[in-house]
Write a protein that binds this ligand. Structure first.
Ligand code: NAD
Ligand code: 022
Ligand code: ZN
Length: 378
């Protein structure tokens, strides 16, 4: 069938909206009509050519929502008409990783997903017989896409596509980092570095679990109001403090001192920027003995993090999270329920919507720091 898609033909070029051929679903696959998709940093990382593993031509996009319109042989968990969110982290429930219960990084289709093809090693997208790569197993910058059955989460039918698409990446990553990765407890003190589309969701996750002190750190003064909107209790602009990372750390440690505890430091910190110097500051802002720092931001390829081993020997913990540690098919429907029950907010974070024809404007808005999230509505 013919579908409309924004195609990344070459690194560094704007996406081209054009007609693409899509083959139907094979065994274990589903055809989904994408109704809306968010535009996220990793799409830009690949489009720009900064991603050394980026493949071209490709149909990018990994933050979508839509309706199943056809299923291949042997598909049992979803049927035509089901509303779904594509999963760039699938959940097969059978591989050693899924069975371990210790990670959400399912390995069932990992190799082929990274190669931009379906699990059978072929692509469903083409133009004039030339293969177009899939992207992160999703390719939501097309109005129809084919996905492995294990890479779709079935969601309730009254949820609006143009909002819950954001649960396909940003919302789940931020809230999941708090609940699944850090396992933050009520009364905790936390610091969130970077108040963008991810950091604001970390903040609302912290509010949800009952954190006491939620300190937001951002170099953009406009982010103070944004953070407060979702539960931030204190704001720090590193530019106003002056000095470097050491001064920022000292300031944050000082802020978290209280009563008998004059050691200071946060129980949990979250790096939501992708800056390796900020990652170090996030670790060192943790309380000695128990503070845990979670890396969410994706740093540029080849970058390295450093600290003194003393920081870890004295009981701080450093770990990262992918997709908020969420098991997609199990956890994503619950997050959609939380949104519908108004336990979490999404609408105010979607600052821009546009038709597919204008998708390149979403990348401009992201570059200029003007958007929290842009969503393409098909
Ligand atoms: P964003 O651009 O919306 O937000 C980044 C924020 O950081 C901005 O508000 C900016 O002002 C602020 N900032 C920049 N430099 C800073 C500094 N030195 N100190 C303090 N604040 C600073 O981006 P986003 O959509 O929130 O994504 C953040 C990161 O999370 C990206 O690297 C993205 O790739 C990553 N991410 C990771 C996962 C995962 O599963 N691990 C999932 C989604 C996104
Ligand atoms: C989503 N991300 C950033 C912005 N939006 C993002 C990027 C990468 C990962 C997670 C979220 C990620 C962390 C660890 C891995 N990935 C490796 C997983 C594994 O090896 O099992 C990751 C993922 C998908 C892809 C590449 C890297 C891909 O499909 N190309 C989850
Ligand atoms: Zn993303």
């Amino acid at each position: 069938m013919d579908v409309r898609a924004a195609v990344a033909f070459a690194p560094g070029k704007p996406l081209e909206v054009t007609t693409v051929k899509l083959d139907g679903p094979r065994a274990g696959e589903v055809l989904v009509e994408i109704k809306a998709t968010g535009i996220c940093h990793t799409d830009e990382f690949t489009r720009s050519g900064a991603d050394p593993e980026g493949l071209f031509p490709a149909i990018l996009g990994h933050e979508g929502a839509g309706i199943v319109v056809d299923v291949g042989a042997g598909v049992t968990s979803v049927k035509k008409g089901d509303h779904v969110i594509p999963l760039y982290t699938p959940e097969c429930r059978q591989c050693p990783s899924c069975l371990s219960r210790k990670t959400n990084l399912c390995t069932a289709i990992r190799a082929t997903q990274g190669q931009g093809v379906m699990p059978d090693g072929t692509s469903r997208f083409s133009i004039d017989g030339e293969k177009i790569h899939h992207y992160m197993g999703c390719s939501t910058f097309a109005n129809f896409t084919v996905l492995p059955e294990i890479a779709v989460a079935k969601i309730r039918e009254d949820a609006p596509f143009d909002k819950v698409c954001y649960i396909g990446c940003g919302v789940t990553t931020g809230i999941g980092a708090v609940i699944n990765s850090a396992k933050v407890e009520p009364g905790a003190k936390a610091v969130v570095f970077g108040l963008g589309g991810i950091g604001l969701n970390v903040i609302q996750g912290l509010r949800l679990v009952g954190a006491d002190m939620i300190i937001g750190v951002d170099v953009n003064p406009e982010k103070k109001a944004w953070g407060e909107r979702f539960g931030m209790t204190h704001f720090v602009n590193p530019k106003e403090i002056g000095g470097g990372m050491a001064e920022l750390v000292a300031h944050l440690v000082n802020m978290t001192k209280s009563g008998a505890d004059q050691v200071g430091g946060a129980d949990y910190t979250f790096e939501c920027v992708g800056n390796v110097h900020l990652m170090r500051a996030a670790l060192e802002s943790c309380h000695r003995g128990w503070g845990q720092s979670i890396i969410i931001g994706v740093a540029g390829s080849g970058q390295e993090i450093t600290t003194r081993p003393f920081q870890l020997v004295t009981g701080r913990g450093w770990r990262g999270t992918a997709f908020g540690g969420a098991r997609g098919r199990s956890d994503v429907p619950k997050i959609v329920d939380w949104y519908m029950e108004k336990k979490i907010e999404i609408d105010p974070m979607i600052t821009h919507t546009m038709p597919l024809a204008d998708i390149n404007e979403a990348f401009d808005l992201m570059h200029d720091g003007k958007s929290i999230r842009s969503v393409v509505v098909y």
